[in-house]
Design a binder for this molecule. Structure first.
Ligand SMILES: Cc1cc2nc3c(=O)[nH]c(=O)nc-3n(C[C@H](O)[C@H](O)[C@H](O)COP(=O)(O)O)c2cc1C
Length: 205
């Protein structure tokens, strides 16, 4: 099959786009307003962009609290969403009123970050403490400005739960990160495989 997105004539009950761009890592973003209100929400239009320096992005459909707070205080934290925390992660996507702390609402403990003010999710095995770099408002192919915002940040501090470091490497499969697929589907990473890059093709680590 083939369909044109402008026509959306795929004939399927639901748009398949998110099932194609899958699995997507989940940036579980904690942020703080200028007034000190704490916010936590999952964003699966999220990724790391570069590792030197370590940069990340998340994209918001609308100017959601995470965007507004990250801009207000120029900081945010990306917590790793895991199988063990899946229900709480989902709970933090509830559209609470601005200023309501999703960590408290979902019974998640907060832990202080080291270099930025927004707290991290205590029981998440990894957290990237980020400084806001810029927000880009997207336009479509006709140049029409969209209510779609991409927030870029640079990780200046990285928390890792030492229990997941084995033989000097982070054991990704042991953390069981979850990722977003299409519809109501998620993936969980429980196994990994190794493959070395071709000679001259770049670093393997
Ligand atoms: C797994 C998951 C991934 C999500 N990814 C996004 C996303 O990439 N962009 C977005 O705008 N909303 C996304 N949402 C919805 C937001 O989490 C939701 O609108 C939330 O209330 C936003 O919170 P905030 O206003 O506190 O930032 C996602 C929800 C879930 C459960």
């Amino acid at each position: 099959m083939f369909y044109e997105t402008a026509r959306n004539d795929h004939g399927l009950p639901y748009n398949p786009f998110k099932a194609i761009v899958a699995p997507r890592p989940i940036g579980w973003i904690s942020s703080m307003s200028a007034k000190g209100e704490v916010n936590l929400a999952p964003y699966s239009f999220f990724n790391g962009l570069t590792d030197h320096p370590p940069t990340v992005m998340f994209a918001s459909e609308g100017r959601k609290d995470s965007v507004v707070f990250a801009e207000e205080t120029k900081e945010f934290v990306c917590n790793l969403a895991t199988w063990a925390l899946r229900e709480q992660m989902n709970g933090t996507s509830t559209p609470f009123a601005r200023g309501i702390n999703e960590m408290e609402q979902t019974g998640l403990a907060a832990a202080p970050s080291r270099l930025v003010k927004p707290p991290r999710v205590r029981d998440s095995p990894c957290a990237l403490e980020c400084k806001w770099l810029q927000t880009v408002r997207l336009s479509d192919v006709e140049g029409k400005a969209l209510e779609r915002y991409v927030v870029f940040g640079q990780a200046i501090g990285v928390y890792i739960d030492d229990r997941f470091i084995k033989n000097g490497r982070l054991d990704t499969a042991a953390m069981k990160p979850i990722a977003r697929c299409g519809y109501d589907e998620y993936a969980v990473v429980e196994s990994v495989f190794k493959m070395t890059r071709p000679p001259g093709g770049g670093k393997n680590v």
